[in-house]
Design a protein around this ligand. Sequence first.
Ligand code: FAD
Ligand code: DLZ
Ligand code: SF4
Length: 511
Amino acid sequence: MTSLRLILGDQLSASISSLEGTSAEDFILMCEVMEEATYVKHHPKKIAFLFSAMRHFADQLKNSGYNLRYVRLDDLQNTGSFEGEVRRALKNSEAKEFIVTEPGEYRLLKTFEAWKTSLGISVDIRPDCRFLCSTDEFKAWAEGRRQLRMEYFYREMRKKYGILIENNGEPVGGQWNYDKKNRKPPPHGMSSLKRISHAKDFITKEVLALVKNRFANHFGNLEPFHFAINREQALIELDHFIRNILPHFGDYQDCMVSGEPYLYHSLISSYLNAGLLLPLEVCQKAEKAYLKNQAPLNAVEGFIRQILGWREYVRGIYWLHMPKYGAMNYFNATKPLPEFYWTADTKMACVAEAVRHTRDHAYSHHIQRLMVTGNFALLAGLDVKQVQEWYLAVYSDAYEWVEMPNTLGMALFGDGGIMGSKPYAASGKYIHKMSNFCNRCGYDPDQTTGGNACPFNALYWDFMARNQDKLKNNHRLPYVYATWDKFGTQKQQAIKKQVDEIFTKMKNKIL
Ligand code: FAD
Ligand code: DLZ
Ligand code: SF4
């Protein structure tokens, strides 16, 4: 039976399940569509990366003999949507079956499922086997558990894939997790190692011109553009990371430094999420570096945990709880997203720095996403939908399956504790300890009230106080409430007044 097979922009892997069993008369469809490029206003670097990677992958498939139909954004007949393009491709075709690998976003899964009744041919939605834990497997693991803690899930995954596991089934080194050795504050003068920059070929130059022309009103700088746009280049970046940077990954994983967006992070999330790299090969390469004494165990274990543990876990959470997950808002957070998330125009040096990294690179490392922009949004009670939309738009690695649990669950505790045992709320003291941002800030991280007190401090206490009914029974927070009580009425009122002033400044765009 002749089939039409759609490959999405984040399904750029030769092993994708939608290609399995393709025969000579089948044809493959890939399309650049406005609907996908604008359902949130994606960062221009993300659009350029995906379009260039899609065009390179299409060429690779053509060269391998696939019968490929590629629709460019500026093709005159482009209807602008997947549905329009699939229907157009089906016209005058013999196809009796539509095949697609399950998408990474719930809204698209619903679209494809609806086609089972509306498309007029058979529709086959196949599992995405690039992930290391299927959605059914995660569901089975979650069944009957009161709490879905990542750490226990991760141990199961280590055993399943035999990664950093001794012959007797015990973890290499005797421990499952070496985070105690990580999380060091940044040493004075810390800077990162040189990163790889890829030369732009004709395809990428064409895409850059297209994106510059069509998406000029999206937040973010398109150039300089240095992303890998095919598997070969992504592998070069991965190997460079493993050889030169991975040895330092663990120690300084949580550091933040002015003018240093990357530090010792791998920068591979966009490549993994689009399918240029596969999670198992990345974990195995890192494990090999440990076995060959090229990187210490705390670094390698910490890195592997992010991919084999966190990445699979957040996907499991997303599919387990959608669509209810998307509607959660545990703290009823509804304050509008302040303009400085788009302009970096704030006196808070930490927030300005994180937004600048985001604008310039479509990237900001995990701790900046979590403990700066995410933490501010949590403490200030910013609207969870607006915050999620921001994260989905501004990062080149963002797709809802990974963005939503990280933003709503991890950063905003909007799921009420499905992902975390307590909110990642922190005062300016944490940021001061883990970064050098406060040295260049107009605010003082040691002050909670007063004209130049760090806004994170009063906001932290106010967050705890105003959500006391929801958090007071949390077994990890009694000391926080004991301290709050010890403050006494006068100090508590001063903090409340400080917070009112912070919100007024935020409204007047002078925070
Ligand atoms: P490294 O620090 O080098 O980590 C290695 C790899 O581990 C990453 O490439 C990534 O694939 C994986 N990883 C690490 N942490 C996580 C995590 N929490 N969840 C899933 N995978 C993880 N990651 C995305 O891929 N897309 C997103 O849209 C996204 N949104 C986020 C939003 C918020 C609020 C937060 C706090 C985190 C978010 N993350 C997201 C997770 C994490 O911040 C990024 O994966 C990481 O910063 C990517 O940079 P890197 O490749 O240099 O990662
Ligand atoms: C993110 C994105 C963008 C910007 N554009 C396209 C596109 O034009 N064509 C396409 O196939 N995919 C695109 N994508 C990726 C999809 O949004 C992604 O496949 C879904 O969100 C599912 O994860
Ligand atoms: Fe951020 Fe406060 Fe430090 Fe300024 S003083 S950089 S606002 S944590």
